[in-house]
Design a protein. Structure first.
Length: 292
């Protein structure tokens, strides 16, 4: 069930001024942890990327995935489909027709049996660069909602294989719905226990996908809460998120890293054949706040 809280206007002049102020603070100090920007609840900014420098995403903040990676998805991930321009990170999905360099005739491996690459996109992450345990994670972005597209803003735990490392989908979209998911491990390898809520796209105002919105996670020792524009999508208590393999390991009591990607098709994304490419996932900023 969805709980309505106070609505905000993500495109307000206040938010734009705030971005400029925070960007200035980050330029002055090489350590984001020294920023003193308070938010509701006593949080202080510890890390952010405002994407204010044109070109490749900052290698001090982001790594790239390459190739066919997961979920039988249609896209080949490559670095050149992600770039910063005019204060935004743009992840662009393109329709192409080019040879798959990993192609192996007669292979049964889904990554190798495809002779051609039909789509390209990008997936970036902070693994090994910036990991965070607890806090307020915020992304302001605009997503394309055409058929077959699967954009996401999510986290993974640094220890143990998936899903025992824990997954949090702060923003995920496919097949005309937003999803807010949290997953932990089970007694079956690579089988997740999902805590998922969805909200249909047609329940939002007209032209919702043409605007920027704010996705937020509040994660502490008690619970994980996921929001879009201050609308609570999902909340799960940490006591319910212990891996169900007898280990008593809670993957949400460890640091996580951040991922941003635009997937196409695959197990969940749907059929992209009727969609006109290129399509973009635009990110204004990503920020992490924590309490002292």
């Amino acid at each position: 069930m969805f709980k309505k809280t106070t609505e905000i206007e993500p495109l307000s002049s206040f938010m734009m001024i705030k971005k400029v102020i925070i960007a200035g603070i980050l330029m002055i100090s090489p350590f984001a942890g020294k920023c003193q920007q308070d938010t509701t609840g006593g949080y202080k900014l510890v890390w952010a990327d405002e994407f204010n420098t044109n070109g490749t995403p900052d290698p001090a903040n982001w790594k790239f995935e390459t190739g066919f990676v997961r979920n039988n998805e249609d896209q080949w991930y490559q670095a050149q489909n992600a770039f910063c321009r005019n204060g935004k990170l743009i992840i662009e999905a393109k329709k192409v027709h080019q040879p798959n360099p990993d192609y192996v005739p007669n292979s049964t491996n889904w990554k190798q049996k495809r002779e051609f690459i039909n789509y390209t996109s990008s997936s970036i992450n902070t693994s090994g660069l910036h990991n965070f345990q607890y806090g307020r994670f915020i992304m302001r972005g605009r997503i394309s909602t055409d058929a077959g597209l699967w954009p996401a803003f999510w986290t993974l735990g640094i220890d143990k294989p998936w899903p025992s490392n824990g997954e949090i989908d702060i923003m995920e979209y496919y097949r005309q719905k937003l999803l807010a998911n949290i997953a932990c491990g089970t007694s079956v390898p690579y089988k997740a226990k999902w805590y998922s809520n969805t909200k249909a796209l047609n329940t939002f105002k007209a032209n919702w996908s043409k605007k920027f919105h704010i996705w937020r996670m509040d994660w502490d020792t008690e619970a994980i809460s996921l929001y879009v524009d201050d609308f609570l999508l999902n909340r799960v208590a940490l006591k319910d998120l212990v891996n169900q393999d007898g280990s008593q390991f809670n993957p949400f009591m460890q640091p996580h890293y951040i991922l941003l990607n635009l997937a196409i098709g695959g197990d969940n994304g749907g059929d992209p054949s009727a969609t006109k490419f290129p399509k973009r996932y635009e990110i204004d900023y990503v920020r992490v706040y924590q309490k002292n």
